[in-house]
Design a protein around this ligand. Structure first.
Ligand SMILES: C[S@@+](CC[C@H](N)C(=O)[O-])C[C@H]1O[C@@H](n2cnc3c(N)ncnc32)[C@H](O)[C@@H]1O
Length: 206
């Protein structure tokens, strides 16, 4: 594979350490993880190495990322080859998705909700509520607008920039995400403030 296939996200490089620390504290020693919106594959590679008892499944809507995911994860035997999973194209019957119901201990999704149309939130919650084991966790990472808390100037500028790039994008309100999750029987169990005004949200089945 040519090295030009390898994509690099400086943000993923910065946040993989703090997210990894949080995962180590939240997760059991073994399990199956479904990653939504894997992007470059840097997270899959890092978390696969950090969690050797886990089977990590990267996915993305954009198969143009897959060569990069494979490249980053080449040395990780517990990271599976990526497959295409577009949240906006989920089948009406989730049995058609190649992930069995009640099979995953973790669904992980970083930095996607603000950089995709709002209906990805409903789709993410619907999918997670179906594929998570009863005691499984959906962990979502990224910047959010938190009711009653001031929006950091850097996040306000980021939101403005996203909306200019695509009016369907933008930082999501945590309350709206919670409402959507509740529709699918997922409750916010924990919220951790992370570096650079990001949040780590932990959802569990009610
Ligand atoms: C900013 S990148 C984040 C990548 C990676 N999770 C990270 O944190 O470095 C956003 C990712 O969301 C993916 N994405 C956008 N719309 C999506 C959808 N409808 N379903 C699944 N993934 C989607 C993009 O292809 C892209 O890889």
């Amino acid at each position: 594979m040519s090295s030009s296939a390898m994509r690099y996200s400086p943000a993923a490089e910065r946040n993989r350490g703090p997210i990894g620390e949080a995962l180590l504290g939240l997760l059991p020693a073994h399990g199956h993880a479904l990653e939504i919106a894997s992007g470059s594959g840097q997270h899959a590679a890092w978390f696969g190495a950090l969690l050797p008892g886990w089977h990590w499944q990267p996915t993305d809507a954009d198969d143009g990322n897959f060569a990069s995911v494979r490249h980053w994860c080449a040395a990780q035997p517990n990271v599976a080859p990526p497959f295409e999973l577009d949240l906006l194209a989920l089948p009406a019957d989730l049995a058609e998705v190649p992930v069995a119901p009640d099979s995953q201990a973790l669904v992980f999704c970083a930095n996607m909700l603000h950089i995709s149309p709002w209906p990805t939130c409903d789709a993410l919650m619907r999918l997670a509520a179906t594929v998570l084991q009863p005691e499984g966790q959906l962990i979502v990472y990224g910047p959010f607008i938190i009711e009653g808390e001031p929006l950091a100037p850097s996040n306000a500028a980021f939101d403005e920039d996203l909306r200019q790039r695509d009016p369907a994008w933008g930082l999501r309100r945590l309350a709206a995400v919670q409402q959507t999750a509740a529709k699918h029987g997922l409750l916010l169990a924990e919220r951790r403030a992370m570096p650079a005004n990001n949040q780590l949200l932990v959802w569990r089945r009610a």
